[in-house]
Every structure is written in C-alpha cells, then in structure tokens.
Design a protein around this ligand. Structure first.
Ligand SMILES: Nc1ncnc2c1ncn2[C@@H]1O[C@H](COP(=O)(O)OP(=O)(O)OP(=O)(O)O)[C@@H](O)[C@H]1O
Length: 385
C-alpha cells in the first residue's frame, strides 16, 4: 500500500505563522496528485510535512497503513519510504552519476552487485543507459534532473515527492521530461505528490489537482472538473485567470457594483450558489474566464487593450475596461495593444459572495424589453457600451 492520507493536519510555525490549517487529503495508491496555489499558500509546507522535515501541530499523516506523523510521533524522513526530487542542486558534483544514484541503496545496506544492477535499471528507466561513470558537470540540466529522478526511484519508494522538480528546465525540455515522468510513474505504479507553481503543468500531468490557499485546501478535483466546475471564485481566478467581479444577481441577470458590466440571466451559471435565492438580489462574485471574453475593435469602445501576447488560437489580451482588468483569450481574436474595444462576455459563473453586503444596485425585476426576455438562444451580449 502506498496511499498518503492527511487527517485534520494543522501546522503553526514558531512565531505563530500559519502553515497548514485543518488539511484533509487522501492520495490513492498509484495516483498522481499535483499541488498548486499562490506563493505562500502552504504547498511546500504540506510537502515537507509528508516528507517528515517538519511535524504537524495537530492531526496525523499516514503512508499506507503507517502513521508517520502525529503530534506525539514523527518518523524520520529516511524511514518513510519516499523518493524526492527538488528543483535544483539535487546531484552531488563530486560523485559520478552511478555513485549519486546508488546513495539511497548504500544507506540501506544493499549489496554491491545488487546496487550495480539497480542503478543500471534506474538509468535505463530515465533514458540515460550506461551513464554510470559520467561526471555530473558534463551533463545538461535535463540530464542532471534525470539523474535526480533515477536516484529518487532507485530504492523503489512507496511515494515520490516532487518539489518544483521540472521548474528550472527550459521548454521544450521541460515538456519532454513531463511526458517521460508521467510515463515512468505510471509504469512503476508510483504514488506521486507534485508541487508546482505551473498551473498548466499541474493540469496536464495530474490525475487530481489540489488547490491550496492560506494553508487550507480549497478544492481537490480532476483537471477537467477544476476548469469546468471551480468550487469558488478564488479557484476560478487562480486556475483559469478569471476576472472576479462583485455584484448582484437576480432573475434579470448580473449587475456589477460600480461598473457597467452586466450580463443577462441565461448567460450566468448560478449552479454554484448552493440554492442561494436570486429573486431578492443576491450578492455574488462573477467569475469571467478569458475564453469567454471577446474584444471587438471599436474606436468609440469603452475599453483599451493594455497588453497583447501572441497565442496559437488567438491573442492573450489584458483589457482595461473602466478600471476593471479583464483577460481575453477568445478563439480567433487578434488585437494590438492600445486598440480601443467593446467587450462581449459569452458566459460567466456566479459564486456566493464571501461578504454579505451587496456591492451595487439591486435589480429586483427583469427590465422590460431587456435582452433577457425572450432570448431564444444565448448569444454574446455587448456590455458597458
Ligand atoms: N520556516 C518558517 N517559519 C515561519 N513561517 C514560515 C516558514 N516557512 C514558511 N512559512 C510561512 O508559511 C506559509 C506557507 O509557506 P510555504 O513555503 O509552504 O508556501 P508555498 O505555497 O510553498 O510558497 P511558494 O510558492 O512561494 O514557495 C507562508 O505564510 C510562509 O511565510
């Protein structure tokens, strides 16, 4: 068994800094889980807690059936059956590749012949057959990281912990190593916890992604669920670069407070409101994903493109719309920085507002003759003009 389970794990650093708050997380045997979150959200703290470098203040950590950490007990990292790969400095420069890789086996008292066999096998697995005698200084960054991966798997760990393991590599090498790492961990049936600041990497690699913020788990979901059904406006903003707009939702639709953004009812996904009533005008946060924002060049438009980066399907735009910064990655849209535009929003998702205040004017009745009434088929609506 190589599952990992954190049960009600909290961790406070000396001085009272909150590291983790009541974290419940279960990683199944052979599952690849990626951990993402903003800087300072607790990713490294969670990984180090599983590794055994720090001990939780409350709760338990299990690997398989073994409790490896609780407030009264903490098993040393080297006795937890883990392999670890870090971002950098992972390979000792004064040892050749073979010596680097066999290190965990030496510590475990494995015989010389067996070490030799296992090192050769690990080098094969990471695509560096026969590299035992190479000096690490003669290897490329990608090859050194492969050596680090070989060392992490050579002792047949129960769980592999990756801490920004691919982040120091340049594309397209990173992309290639991502594919290889995924294939390798599948082949070996490894349970993996992968900390990364790269959201695309997390979505591409993982069976499930854990989003943390403020030391708390915000959502655990498959990549598709996370993108299609974020649990909160925060998750939508973090994972998909959605603009978060406070306002009011009722049966007429959404109206932003202090901003002309408005969206008719049928374009607002309100299924994440937990039955919160709309009729009285509920305070909500509207998450608007870049894929659903279209910029239409218009010299008298109310918004300006402030940044335009080339993307294969369409440009990645940042738009300043009367003080609201909103991104657009609509398919087929090309627009230079400085262009004045109108903004069309195809659809957006409403979440319960974290505050109870309403942020703007409450529209309690559908406006007569508005585009909501009688709209047969959703169609982009120009707003703010
Ligand atoms: N040794 C420490 N002593 C006190 N506070 C700490 C210590 N290490 C981390 N923290 C605090 O714990 C919180 C979580 O930090 P952590 O390093 O886990 O975040 P992270 O998500 O890995 O961030 P990053 O992406 O920037 O590496 C932060 O508020 C941080 O300031």
């Amino acid at each position: 068994m190589s599952s990992v389970a954190l049960e009600s794990v909290s961790l406070s650093y000396p001085g009272g800094h909150l590291g983790l708050a009541d974290v419940d997380l279960r990683i199944g045997d052979g599952e690849f889980v990626a951990l993402v979150g903003p800087s300072g959200s607790g990713k490294t703290t969670l990984l180090r807690t599983v590794a055994g470098f720090i001990a939780p203040t409350a709760g338990t950590v299990r690997i398989g059936d073994t409790v490896v950490a609780s407030p009264s007990r903490s098993l040393e990292p080297e006795r937890r059956g883990l392999g670890m790969v870090f971002q950098q400095h992972a390979v000792w420069p004064h040892w050749n590749v073979g010596r680097n890789i066999e290190y965990p086996l030496r510590r475990g008292g494995v015989s010389r012949a067996e070490r030799r066999r296992r090192v050769a096998e690990a080098l094969d697995l990471v695509g560096l057959p026969g590299a035992e005698r190479r000096n690490p200084a003669t290897l490329s960054g990608g090859q050194r990281q492969r050596v680090a991966i070989a060392r992490a798997i050579v002792a047949r760990p129960r769980v592999l912990l990756l801490d920004e393991a691919l982040s120091a590599l340049d594309e397209p090498l990173r992309d290639r190593l991502r594919l290889e790492l995924r294939a390798l961990t599948r082949e070996l049936g490894l349970t993996v916890l992968h900390v990364t600041h790269d959201r695309s990497e997390a979505l591409a690699l993982a069976d499930r992604v854990v989003v943390v913020d403020g030391g708390r788990v915000q959502q655990v979901a498959t990549p598709a669920e996370l993108v299609e059904r974020p649990a909160s406006a925060f998750v939508a903003g973090f994972v998909s670069d959605a603009a978060i707009v406070p306002g009011v939702l009722d049966h007429a639709g959404f109206r932003a407070g202090q901003h002309p953004l408005a969206l008719p009812f049928e374009r607002v996904d309100g299924t994440r409101l937990d039955g919160q009533g709309r009729n009285g005008g509920a305070a909500v946060e509207l998450a608007v994903s870049p894929e659903h924002v279209r910029a239409i060049p218009d010299p008298s438009g109310p918004a300006t493109v402030t940044s335009s980066l080339f993307g294969r399907g369409g440009d990645d735009l940042v738009i300043d719309w009367q003080g609201l910064s909103i991104r657009s990655r609509a398919h087929g849209v090309r627009c230079a920085a400085g262009t004045r535009v109108r903004v069309e929003i195809e659809r957006a998702t409403a979440f319960r507002s974290p505050t109870t205040e309403t942020h703007g004017r409450v529209v309690s009745e559908p406006s007569a003759g508005s585009s909501v009434a009688g709209a047969a088929r959703p169609r982009p609506v120009s707003v703010g003009v």
